[in-house]
Design a protein around this ligand. Sequence first.
Ligand code: NAP
Length: 535
Amino acid sequence: MTTTTEFDAIVIGAGFAGMYQLICLRDRLGLKTRVLEAGDGVGGTWYWNRYPGARCDSESHSYQYYFSRELVQEWEWSERYPQQPEILRYLNHVADRFDLRRDIEFNTRVTAARYDAAANRWHVTTAAGEEMSCTWLITAIGCLSSANVPNIPGLADFKGDWYHTGQWPHEGVDFTGKRVGQIGTGSTGIQAVPVIAETAAELTVFQRTANYSVPAHNAPLSPEFKRYVKEHADDIRDTTRRTPNGHPFEIAQRSVWDVSAEEREALYEKAWEKGGLQFRATFQDLLVDKAANDTAAAFLKGKIRSIVKDPATAAALADIDHPYAAKRPPIDSFYFEAFNRPNVHLVDLRSKPIERITANGVKTSGAEYPLDIIVFATGFDAMTGPFMRMDIAGRDGLKLKDAWAAGPRTYLGLQVAGFPNLFTVTGPGSPSVLCNMPVCIEQHVEWITDCIAHLRANNIATIETSDEEAEKWVAHVNDAANATLLPMAGHSWYLGANVPGKPRVFMPYAGGMLRYREICNHVAARNYAGFKFGT
Ligand code: NAP
C-alpha cells in the first residue's frame, strides 16, 4: 500500500459493490483508485452478519459475480443457499484472484466527505483523522449496513450479554445452557431461531409483527446441478438480467384468476415443496392484486397452522397483518417447526409490548422474562442510514443530511443534486434491495464505470444532476411502488418505518430491474440526459 493521498477515485466499502468497482476503475480504466473499508476484511454484509443461521436467500448460482467467465467456471458452491462463511470465502477468493487488497485500506471508517468546487476534488476524512482527495467518489456502503438497535429503556441496566445480528462477534456466541431472548422476526430472526434453539436452554422469541415464511429446502448441490451451472452460465446470467428481481427463475405469466381454486392450491403446494423466494413467482399478479395476494396469504397462514402444534402459538404466528411479500419475504430452514420444541417460546408483543429491559431480562406489559443473552434481530436503518452516519457536504457546503431531510432524493439512485462526481452504488431510488443484489450491483458499477470513461474521454470535469431531475425520478419511484402492494406493509423498512423519526418514503425502485436497466441505458445513450456536465 502506498502513502499517496490523492486519487482519481475513492470507493467507500469493500463488499460485493466496492470490490467490483475497484476492478472496473483500476483494471479497466487505469484509474488510481483507493477503497476504504471499516472492517478488517472484505465482504461487507457477509463480513458483519455472522449470526447463527446466516445464509443467503438467493440461490447460490445467482448470488455471485458474472462479469468474469473464468471466475464463474472456477468457483463451486456447495449448497443451494450458501452460508455466510462460504460467501465470505468466495469474496476473499475474488479479492485474491484480482489482487484487490493492495488498494483496499482496511480498518478505515470514512467519517466525512466534502466537495471543493474550486479544485473539483472530494476531500475524504477517516475516523483516524486521515485526509485524502479524489475526483470521483463512489459509495459502495450497502443498503443494510447500519444496525438498528432499538432505543428500549433500560438496555444499559441489563446484566447479561446482548448482540445485534448485524454486528455479530467474530468468535461466535455460545448459547449452551443459556436463557436467550430474541427480539425480531424478520428474515434474519427467522434464520436465527432454529439454530439458536439447538443449543440454548430456553429461547424466547419476542414477535412484534408476524411474518410469512416459505421453506428454503436447502440441500447440498448435486454434481449434475454443479455441471449444469457451469455449462449454462451465460443463460443463467441472462435470466437474472431479464427478470424483475434479478433471480434465476421466470415469473409465471398466469393470473391467480386463470385457474380453479383446486389448481391454485396445487400450484401453491408445488411452489411450497420447491421452496424459496420463487414462491412469489407462482402467479404474475400476486404483488399487484390484493385479492390475488389474499389467496397466497391464506395458503401460507394455513401452512403455519398445520406445522405449529400449540394452537395459541400457531394463531399468533399466523396473525399476519400485511400482504404476502409486501415486506421482504423471508425463507427459512425449520423456523415454524422450532416452535414445537419444548425450549422455544413465543411472546406476542402486539397485545403486550415491551416496556423496558431490566437488569434481569425483558419486561413486557404482561410479564418479565429472565434472560442471560438478548439477540437483537431488529434490522437496519436501511438505505439512508449508512449515508447519514457520514458527514457528506456537496456544492456550497450543502449537507446530504439536509438534502435528504424529508427522505432520500436521487436521480436513478445514482446521484444526488448538489453533489457533483459522487456516485451511489445501489442508492435509494434504485432497485437494490428489491433485487438479487449482485445483479443490480454489477449493473450500477458498470454504468458508473462507463460514465466515468465517457467523461474522461471527453475532458468533462464534472457530472451532476439537478433538483428537477431528482424530483421527477422520486415521483416515478413513488408511482412504481404505488402500482404494487408494497406500500401496504406500513411498518416495513422499505418505507423507513422501522426507525422512529425517519421520514416515510418508499426508498427502492419497484419498477423492476429490466425496466430500470433500460432506463439507465437510455439515459447514457442520450448523452447522459438528466445530468449536467461541467468543464
Ligand atoms: P427486519 O426485516 O427489519 O426485521 C426486524 C425485526 O425486528 C422485525 O420483526 C421488527 O418488527 C422487529 N423489531 C424492530 N424493532 C423492534 C422493537 N423495538 N421491538 C420489537 N421488535 C422490533 O430486519 P432483518 O430481519 O435483519 O432483515 C432486514 C433485511 O435484510 C431483509 O429484509 C433482507 O432484505 C435482508 N436479509 C437478507 C438475508 C438473506 O438473504 N439471507 C437474511 C437476512 C436479512 P416489526 O416488523 O414490527 O417492525
